[in-house]
Design a protein around this ligand. Structure first.
Ligand code: GRF
Length: 192
């Protein structure tokens, strides 16, 4: 199955996807990394894995539809079937949503619908919740609002700070995301 990974930052989830592909646990091929931050670390990681990337500066386009049209053309040329958002810090617009209906998924570091948006981990620590976690969901036009595919809970420990919780949440993400992608593309389980 041909996929594209969209990311804006470090790319540790991209890295875990590549590792599981190499281990033979994830039966897909990353055709393209799409990145809206030309200095993002994920681009260096793509290079190491020899995955082509498309990075762009949204400010150089008139609007979202303009850069999304360009992305859709590239994805179509490469035969991409699924779009995996792994820390892509931008709402997906109608152009991509229509081209990839029910084929865009996102990972979010909370048990949605709690703490959508930015800094979900910081919000959880601040509020003192005892349980938070990871959610993988289909993407719609909203912010972290699409139908939930998979979740895993994390218990917040005493004296936990943002950094320590983030570490434990990311460790779960790195296992759960590749596993869920594999389940989705092979259509086993009763996902969705
Ligand atoms: C992850 O925590 C993900 O849940 C959120 O953004 C972060 C991306 O991290 N959407 P990375 O770039 O994969 O390291």
């Amino acid at each position: 199955t041909k996929i594209a990974v969209f990311a804006s930052g470090t790319g540790s989830n991209f890295d875990s996807i590549m590792k599981e592909i190499e281990l033979g646990n994830l039966d897909c091929q990353v055709m393209l990394v799409v990145c809206d931050k030309p200095e993002a670390k994920v681009l260096g990681k793509a290079k190491v894995y020899q995955v082509p990337s498309f990075s762009f500066n949204p400010k150089q386009y008139q609007n979202k539809a303009d850069f999304e049209k360009e992305i859709v053309i590239k994805l179509a040329e490469l035969g991409v079937e699924w779009i995996i958002l792994a820390g892509y810090m931008r709402l997906i617009g109608t152009t991509l949503l229509e081209a990839y209906e029910s084929k865009i998924i996102n990972i979010h570091p909370s048990l949605l619908p709690a703490f959508p948006g930015k800094d979900a981990i910081g919000q959880a620590v601040e509020l003192g919740v005892k349980i938070t976690g990871v959610t993988i969901h289909f993407v719609d036009e909203g912010m972290d609002t699409g139908k939930i595919i998979e979740q895993e809970a994390v218990r917040v420990q005493k004296n936990e700070n943002r950094e320590s919780l983030q570490k434990r949440i990311q460790a779960i993400e790195h296992q759960l995301f590749p596993k869920t992608i594999q389940a989705l593309i092979s259509e086993k389980d009763c996902l969705g």
